[in-house]
Design a protein around this ligand. Structure first.
Ligand SMILES: *Cc1c(COP(=O)(O)O)cnc(C)c1O
Length: 479
């Protein structure tokens, strides 16, 4: 693979910095001690121990002055808040969905909606309706989404195209669902056993890879032919639209807002973590196109779990801030600066011969740790080994996306088979400079040069669900 065929970033500058936060780097010795105490799991590090934090792009964006202003003018009324009305207007204007409920974050929406969809499915009373046969299908379930599917007792089936698993094969739409696999899955399971189709845009687990408009449309048509409801997992809706504008000539002259509106025609409802593209520190959404009965059920679910449906576990000011963030997410100058910064980091790493998921996705660069450390077996988590090395080398925090995150089959307890072992450098929005990302590249080069000496990890403590959040590990040093 050569990098010469790739256009270098053409970013317009989209913002300047108005408030800053001091950061501090620990010494190598201090970092070694901190990592050991964290159970070799950077999730458990204190932020004061981290120099450059690329752990996640979730809730870590810098707010704009307009968002700060919105925070100051939020309506804190328990019911009937004007901030909620503003949010509903934004959601209908942007996505075309008439019913909207804020939630405390994305998984708040998942925990309400997914069990309701299963209940409805079981209520259909079709033969062979045992819970064991029920599946949610998706291009790829995000980890909390898969966890909520499994909590309902159904199974999460991922049907992303095969090329998505080949990090060195270039494909413009590595987030696409494989339409043939989808059709086959529905035929083999029986349509009545497919609770819902969840389309994740962009496809986080595959490297923030975009889904094409055509794929969204085709998947929707297949699902509807079989009366399967379609849910958009919309955390990175605007970044996905930017890729459609750049990569699909049919949309080159469309506005991001028009592209977003069309994308959401190809779903019946959405769940959203607003902590990503919508650039709020906390917040989520569940919105429904026009199914009033389902909306009522979601409202009831919200009252018990999240709070009254007009605030859904958020302060009025957060709801107000979200209504503004949804629009800022679609500002094309901002999106270009944001995504091209991520792409720039990827190109720098490629130039140094570091294997990454290619092409680079929207919110993160995914390093192929399996390729970087061929001597570490999947069972010893090469992606986690790289995350730990980046911390030791430069105080950089990032996350494993591979076997460690994927976890075990809830029925058999057997480790699920991950096709790739990745380490994710997630880039917070409007937060770091290119110089800071250049430093990350220097640290990666140092690790590459001593790759042979890097070792794997095993469990000391393994939590039963979403184990990567809280697990404690220990190094496995070959004797
Ligand atoms: C972050 C994320 C979620 C979960 O949202 P939270 O706000 O973290 O609860 C769901 N789906 C996708 C694609 C995400 O990126």
């Amino acid at each position: 693979m050569t990098t010469t065929t790739i256009n270098l970033p053409t970013s317009k500058f989209a913002y300047k910095i108005k408030a800053v936060e001091k950061i501090h780097q620990l010494t190598r010795k201090e970092r070694e001690k901190a990592l050991k105490l964290s159970g070799y799991n950077p999730f458990s590090l204190s932020s004061s121990q981290v120099y450059i934090d690329l752990h996640t792009d979730s809730g870590t964006s810098a707010l704009s002055q307009e968002q700060w202003a919105a925070l100051m003018t939020g309506d804190e009324s328990y019911a009937g808040s004007s901030s909620y009305e503003k949010l509903c207007h934004s959601v209908e204007d942007i996505f075309g969905y008439r019913q909207c409920i804020p939630t405390h974050q994305g998984r708040g929406a998942e925990q309400i909606l997914l069990p309701l969809l299963l209940e409805r499915n079981l209520g259909k009373g079709s033969p062979n309706s045992s819970l064991d046969n029920k599946v949610f299908v998706s291009n790829f379930h995000f980890d909390t989404t898969a966890a909520h599917v499994e909590l309902t007792g159904s199974t999460a089936v991922n049907l992303v195209i095969e090329d998505a698993y080949k990090t060195d094969v270039s494909h413009p739409w590595k987030g696409n669902i494989d339409i043939e696999k989808l059709t086959l899955e529905i035929e083999q399971r029986g349509a009545h056993n497919v609770v819902a189709l969840i389309m994740t845009v962009t496809c986080n687990s595959m490297g923030g890879q975009p889904v094409s408009m055509e794929n969204l449309r085709l998947a929707y048509e297949v699902a509807h032919r079989h009366e399967i409801p379609v849910v958009m997992d919309a955390a990175r809706f605007a970044e996905n639209a930017w890729f459609i504008k750049r990569r699909d000539p049919n949309y080159a002259n469309h506005s991001i807002k028009d592209i977003v509106f069309e994308m959401f025609k190809y779903a019946d409802m959405m769940v959203m973590s607003a902590k990503k593209d919508a650039m709020v520190n906390i917040g989520g959404l569940c919105a429904i196109k026009d199914d009033l009965a389902l909306y009522r059920e979601v409202q009831v679910g919200c009252v018990v779990r999240e709070g009254f449906p007009s605030y859904g576990g958020l302060a009025g000011r957060d709801v107000n801030c979200l209504a503004v963030g949804l629009y800022e997410a679609m500002d094309e100058d901002y999106l270009t600066a944001r995504i091209e910064q991520v792409i720039q980091l990827g190109l720098w790493l490629l130039d140094e011969g570091i294997p990454i998921q290619y092409p680079v996705g929207g919110h993160a660069v995914f390093i192929d740790a399996g390729k970087l450390f061929p001597h570490i077996p999947s069972s010893q988590f090469p992606g986690q080994a790289l995350a730990n090395e980046l911390y030791l080398e430069g105080g950089i925090r990032c996350a494993e996306i591979g076997s460690f995150l994927l976890g075990r089959d809830p029925d058999t307890g057997i480790q699920k088979d991950s096709a790739v072992e990745l380490t994710r450098l997630a880039i917070p929005r409007r937060v770091y400079s290119n110089d800071q990302l250049r430093y990350v590249v220097e640290c990666m080069v140092a690790i590459k040069n001593r790759a042979q000496q890097v070792h794997g990890y095993g469990f000391v403590y393994e939590p039963p669900v979403l184990r990567h959040f809280l697990a404690h590990l220990e190094p496995i040093i070959a004797s």
